[in-house]
Write a protein that binds this ligand. Structure first.
Ligand code: NAP
Ligand code: ZN
Length: 351
């Protein structure tokens, strides 16, 4: 089926209209019209090939909300008209130990990315949500709870699950002391979700002007990373630090902030990290860990949790043709706090 969207053709080309083929519906597939797509910093990293694994042309977008238009004969969970969502992966082997546990993001054979991936059957490139239509196997489709405002759900599919998963892995609940480094797309969801789980939440930011926002998002404190005195005063304060900084950075300032047995979990920077001193790790039995998105079961749990607690991202709605300007603003950390593309703004290309 022919569809259209926006793609990057090379590391330096801006995103531009692109017509391409979506694979034919298989027996276990769900086809959807895309209504909204969030703009993740990973889309920008991928469009520019920051990680070295982009295949061009790439249609980014892995925070996808849509309406079902067609289902294959074996699909049992969804019907035409349902509101559904798709996140960062569209397939995995489904038989390894991790997939059987519902941790498809950790599939031993590697999960299939929503974009810049390769379809496991036809070997066609996968293309993401900056487009009109999508076809995905049923097991990788999420149900959008009715209680959630559809226009604000999309960022939950990556920013939401990527921060919810470590909060659950490290058993955050009432009494936990959680810090979040970087108040952007992931960071603001980490704040809302940690607060929703009952934690005491601190934002660690370079931006003093984000203090009022941090508090209104549910944080209890804002710690300025540029204020050496305040940073020293926060030593041994946190059980879990979620680090969303998107570029290589210095962990030395953050590790002493962990309490004994505390964990700093990196969800932001992908690639080599600046050198850091192991003394605070050894002496405080502290840990540095990493975490990729979350499994499908946990993603549905997160959506249902957000519906129950009325947790939604702060979204700035943009038109599809505003995407390049949105990327420039994201690079300057000028996002409050997630861009969402209204896909109704993507016009049919002129023949
Ligand atoms: P974002 O909206 O741009 O937010 C990043 C925030 O980090 C900024 O708002 C800023 O907050 C802070 N920051 C930016 N540059 C910094 C620097 N040089 N030093 C210190 N802090 C800096 O990005 P995002 O969409 O949240 O994504 C964050 C990262 O997570 C990206 O690298 C993305 O690829 C990655 N990611 C990983 C996963 C995963 O599965 N682990 C999933 C999704 C995204 P302040 O102004 O408050 O300092
Ligand atoms: Zn993402």
């Amino acid at each position: 089926m022919k569809t259209f969207g926006y793609a990057a053709q090379s590391t330096t080309s801006p995103l531009a209209p692109f017509t391409f083929e979506r694979r034919a519906l298989r027996a276990n597939d769900v086809a959807m019209d895309i209504l909204y797509c969030g703009v993740c910093h990973s889309d920008l990293h991928t469009a520019r090939n920051d990680w070295g694994w982009t295949t061009y042309p790439v249609v980014p977008g892995h925070e996808i909300v849509g309406r079902v238009t067609q289902v294959g004969p074996d699909v049992t969970r969804y019907k035409v008209g349902d509101h559904v969502a798709v996140g960062c992966m569209v397939d995995s082997c489904m038989h390894c130990d991790q997939c059987r546990k519902g941790e498809e993001q950790l599939c031993r054979e590697g999960m299939t990315g929503t974009y810049s991936g390769v379809d496991r059957i036809t070997k066609e490139p996968t293309h993401g949500g900056y487009s009109k239509h999508l076809v995905v196997r049923e097991e990788f489709v999420l149900r959008v709870p009715d209680a959630l405002d559809l226009s604000r759900v999309a960022p939950l599919l990556c920013a939401g699950i990527t921060t919810y998963s470590p909060l659950r892995t490290w058993n955050v609940g009432p009494g936990s002391r959680v810090a979040v480094i970087g108040l952007g797309g992931l960071g603001h969801m980490a704040v809302k979700l940690a607060a929703g789980l009952g934690a005491d939440v601190t934002v660690i930011s370079r931006s003093p002007d984000k203090k009022a926002d941090a508090l209104s998002l549910g944080a209890d404190h804002l710690l300025l990373s540029t204020d050496d005195k305040a940073m020293a005063g926060a030593a041994s304060h946190f059980d879990l630090i979620i680090d969303t900084v998107p570029v290589k950075h210095d962990l030395n300032a953050y590790l002493p902030l962990l309490d004994v047995d505390g964990t700093l979990v990196i969800v932001g920077q992908v690639g080599p990290m600046a050198e850091y001193n192991t003394v605070p790790l050894l002496l405080g039995r502290r840990r540095v860990a990493g975490s990729p998105i979350g499994g499908i079961r946990e993603t549905q749990e997160m959506l249902d949790f957000c519906a129950k607690k009325n947790i939604l991202p702060e979204c700035e709605m943009i038109r599809m043709d505003e995407i390049n300007g949105a990327y420039d603003r994201m690079e300057r950390s000028d996002v409050r706090y997630r861009f969402v593309i209204d896909m109704a703004s993507l016009d049919t290309p002129k023949a």
